[in-house]
Design a protein around this ligand. Sequence first.
Ligand SMILES: [Zn+2]
Length: 391
Amino acid sequence: MLKTAIPSIYPPEGSYEFSAVHADLSCATPGAKVHYTLDGSTPTAESPVYRRSEGLLPLKGVHGSSVRRVVRAFAVADGMEPSPEVSFTYDFHCFPKGSYRHSMLREPAPDAAGLIRIEDHDLDKMYLVIGSQRAVLVDGGWDAEGDLLGLCRDLTGHALPIDLVVAHGHSDHIMQAQRFLDAGQRVYLPHADLDLAASFGVHLTPEQVTDIGDGDVLDLGGCTLRAFTIPGHTPGGIVLLDEASGDLFASDEMGSNRRYVPDSAWLQMNPAATAESVLRRLDAFLEETRGKLRRIFTGHNDEILDANAYLETFRAALKKAVDQGPAGLSPSLRSAAESFGSGTAAIVGDWRLDPCWAAANLRFLRDQDRDADPPRYAPGFHPDITTNLGE
Ligand SMILES: [Zn+2]
């Protein structure tokens, strides 16, 4: 009797500093079922069968401590002998709250801004852009307690004012805003996202924070950052372009396509966004920035993306949803519960193979869906699941 191939997994087992990894089980024998356990017990024919369409398996760490997660699995195909059991071990070592890590990506030079990436305890990414007169920190992370401003001052030799630009109002980008204000630093936040920030307990007034959006230019001395409003992921979200280098700081508005915790543009979080409206805005943005984009730095992605390759894929994903309707959607890689309520996404490219794969989880496809009364949800959207950020 032929033997079923042993199951394989993605991403590889090992040590991780993320607070979550989403694992995919599969088997090289066509049609084989993979039975698995996550509680350390021996998998049997009665154990759950893994189905990617129901969402990748979330394996989670705990901030400030070390945790081991073990996936045990075997595969069996009709008319074949079951495979031997295999196990996959994931050790999570997550940073405690209040800790930051930083890495120099480019030293300041007369013709180029300095660039330092800072990560908080959950590896949310912030970018310190250093000009000759000012520095700008793009995004403020998820941790209200750590001394992020103190770190930025140390990293710039206490020589420059440091402005904070919060590119959108989600909780994992805005938590240090009040500390910057208390220290007398200028804080920018799109005013269209003030209500969103307040929903996470960060109450800021239009008098406290400077609005930022289309056409605004921040002059850092020897370097300028130009803002573009991209109202997809949130109502007022912006991206910032360093026009000299072609670096685009995109927060969560673009480039959210991590592999180990498969991310998406998460357009379902913004009840005003449709695939159609975001595609329209994206096309105008691409026209305005033609020939100027080089790299994308995002709020969560470890990889620095090729801007043109990624945006081509992202555009193709949105266009697929607009042109094909529900037929252009696939099950979200993360389950609906892990995808902030949206079980369907427009996906182009393979998240394991292509660093520029793109996905957009959606609540509405076309403007008429959003505007309908009652609204017509895209299949797979669960309106009862409330958004709980970490993204
Ligand atoms: Zn966000």
